[in-house]
Write a protein that binds this ligand. Structure first.
Ligand code: ADP
Ligand code: MG
Length: 628
């Protein structure tokens, strides 16, 4: 038997490991299973090239709990280690790695969210164990070795009588870590970190009911057998070639990833690149609601089939964090901090590659089946619009397939829309006016007016649309988006003939004075307009610029500073050609005149959805009085 001191400068590294990684003790299991997997795959490689002449067989990694002895064992059938290799790889390599790690990350270690993404390797076992045994037999013809260490830098190494190839790591669980002796806890961790690892992982057994034999009696008990409980799917869909998978395979894999998710994904994107970096994965477009925040952090990041994190911020462009699925890359440097990660060249390339792939996929869906794409538009538009806003490269590509639906459910691309309206819908300066509504019900009368004149009205109702149209206006030439209730339609779009007012200038003066006596000037600016005699007498509008800026500051960024706190201000367009307006002007009795003005204003407010509270109560009362 040999004993010795592990050569470290830190007198006792283990309390440090415990302290620094306090909140992430559980990663020890991922580390040990990764090592077992590495050892197994190394043997596979050596047998395949004829370097090792042993039988590879069907190796499994077994995880076992012994409650009586308070141990947790991870056993593999991989290459194993000779005594010399244990000295080298465990005493020297692994230890110096652990020491270096602690040195480097002492200061950042408090940020446990970050620390969880580091691999501390073999020594992370001491986060939960007071003593660790390694019993290992190499594939080479050498005696097995037994290494023991109790958490001090002292270790012992002796020969063992283990005869089968591979390594057993026995953790003598520390008193404060006994949760790791519970089946439920271990199974949960295995599922979290190892669900898709490439070597089968066995944890206990389970009962399986056999299908009834055809000649079995009606009342025969179904036959049960005990089978190994295999935790993982060693060949997850993303590791396969797209040509070998069909639509159902992708859907089944989605269910495997999100067992609690009952809704089907809309479509998937299979990522597969090996130059200039390695990356595989499958992204899914789920049905998205208009709430941008609830659906983040659903993409899982793997490194060679080992789960790393579901926080992919910085690796996947922000707008795509709304998608689901997996990304697997050995090239993502996981042993570094997040800020380093974001500045990393390889990571930036990965991010722009993913953006490009997503844009290409959307383009081909659009080209191949436009009808279907239109059907899905409402469920995917948030991602696309968000992407157009935040990534210029994506904007360029998406410009060809982003859709602008009308209130009548016709879907135009931007170019199609422009082609359709550019001759009919221009303002006084020759700019093309793109009319839109954000809510079919709330803006119903305005939409009707615009449609009656033969104009196209878009329905743009996603939460970030004010930002998007702002961006479109700056990147396209000579267009303006205007919501249908921003002004009377005839003021928005140029008409050939000038409308003549029925009222003389003098009459208009009188009317204006009458109106301003009754109407609150802080909220409404009165505008006399000569509109069609059939157009409503009073119309409330809210100028596009003001409203949009307020909306933009409400949905974050882009809006002008402080705009969100501005009071609501409207225009009151009064149609001087409407008979009711003449009536108001010609009413002699002041009280009657005032009540006509109030009634008309309230009706205009009603059609803008602005009549509430006391005003509404008074309106109802006044209306009853009028029809009495
Ligand atoms: P890393 O896995 O990053 O190399 P670790 O600290 O996890 O670092 O492991 C150190 C070394 O110990 C490994 O590189 C490997 O050579 C050896 N080792 C650890 N676990 C096993 C195992 N189960 N079978 C064979 N060798 C192992
Ligand atoms: Mg390791």
């Amino acid at each position: 038997m040999a004993t010795g001191n592990i050569n470290v400068s830190v007198e006792n590294i283990f309390p440090l490991i415990k302290k620094f990684l306090y909140s992430d003790h559980e990663i020890f299991l991922r580390e040990l299973i990764s090592n077992a997997t590495d050892a197994t795959l190394k043997l596979k490689h050596l047998t395949s090239i004829g370097e090792a002449t042993v039988d590879y067989g069907n190796p499994v990694i077994e995880v076992r709990i012994d409650k009586d002895n308070k141990t947790l064992t991870i056993k593999d059938q991989g290459i194993g280690m000779t005594a010399d290799e244990v000295k080298k790889y465990i005493n020297e390599v692994a230890f110096s790695g652990a020491e270096e790690f602690l040195e480097k990350y002492k200061d950042t270690a408090k940020d446990s969210g970050i620390i969880g993404h580091f691999g501390l390797g073999f020594y992370s076992a001491f986060m939960v164990a007071k003593k660790v045994d390694i019993i290992t037999k190499s594939y080479k013809d050498e005696p097995a070795a037994h290494w023991t260490c109790d958490g001090s830098p002292k270790f012992t190494l002796e020969t063992s009588d283990k005869t089968d190839r591979g390594t057993e790591i026995v953790l003598h669980i520390a008193d404060d870590s006994e949760e790791f002796l519970e089946d439920g806890k271990i199974e949960q961790l295995l599922v979290k970190y190892n669900k898709f690892m490439p070597v089968p992982i066995k944890f206990g057994t389970r009962e399986e009911t056999l299908p009834k034999a055809e000649d079995a009696a009606e009342d025969a008990e179904p036959e049960k057998i005990t089978v190994d409980n295999i935790i993982n799917n060693p060949e997850p869909a993303w590791t396969k070639q797209p040509a070998d998978l069909n639509e159902d395979d992708y859907k089944n894999f989605y269910r495997e990833l999100y067992p609690m998710q009952f809704e089907e994904p809309l479509f998937h994107i299979h990522l597969n690149v090996d130059y200039p970096f390695n990356l595989t994965g499958i992204l899914y477009f789920p049905k998205l609601s208009n709430d941008l925040n609830i659906q983040k952090d659903k993409i899982q990041l793997y490194q060679n089939q080992v789960f790393v994190t579901d926080n992919v911020e910085g690796i996947v462009p922000e707008f795509l964090t709304m998608l689901k699925g997996v990304i697997d890359s050995p090239d993502i440097p996981l042993n570094v901090s997040r800020s380093y990660l974001q500045a990393d060249g390889a990571v930036k390339k990965i991010s722009s590659y993913i953006t490009r792939k997503v844009a290409d996929k959307l383009k081909s869906l659009f080209n191949e089946n436009r009808e279907d794409f239109e059907k899905k538009w409402n469920d995917i538009k948030v991602v696309i619009e968000y992407g157009m806003l935040s990534e210029d490269k994506f904007f360029e590509k998406a410009d060809k397939f982003a859709l602008y639906p009308t209130v009548n459910d016709t879907y135009f691309t931007f170019d199609e829309l422009l082609e359709k309206v550019k001759d009919q819908q221009t303002d006084k300066d020759g700019k093309t006016i793109l009319l839109y509504a954000s809510n079919k019900d709330a803006q119903h009368s305005y939409i009707q007016d615009a449609k009656a004149k033969g104009y196209e009205v878009l329905l743009l109702d996603s939460p970030i649309v004010s930002h998007l149209i702002q961006k479109l206006e700056t990147s396209k030439e000579n267009i303006s988006f205007v919501r249908v209730d921003a002004d009377h339609i005839d003021n928005l779009i140029k008409k050939d003939e000038e409308k003549i007012s029925k009222l003389s200038d003098e009459e208009k003066e009188t009317l204006k004075t009458d109106l301003e006596k009754v109407i609150d000037a802080k909220t409404y600016t009165v505008q006399l307009e000569a509109l069609d005699s059939t157009a409503a007498p009073f119309i409330i509008t809210q100028p596009e610029f003001m409203r949009r800026m307020k909306e933009m500051s409400a949905t974050g960024g882009g809006g002008m500073f402080g705009m969100g706190n501005m009071p609501e201000m409207y225009n009151l367009v009064v149609n001087t050609n409407n008979d009711l307006v003449s009536n108001i002007l010609n009413t002699i009795e002041t009280e009657k005149k005032e009540s006509l003005i109030k009634q008309s204003l309230d009706l205009a407010k009603l059609s803008q959805g602005l009549l509430k509270g006391e005003d509404l109560t008074n309106f109802v009362k006044r209306s009853y009085d009028l029809i009495k």
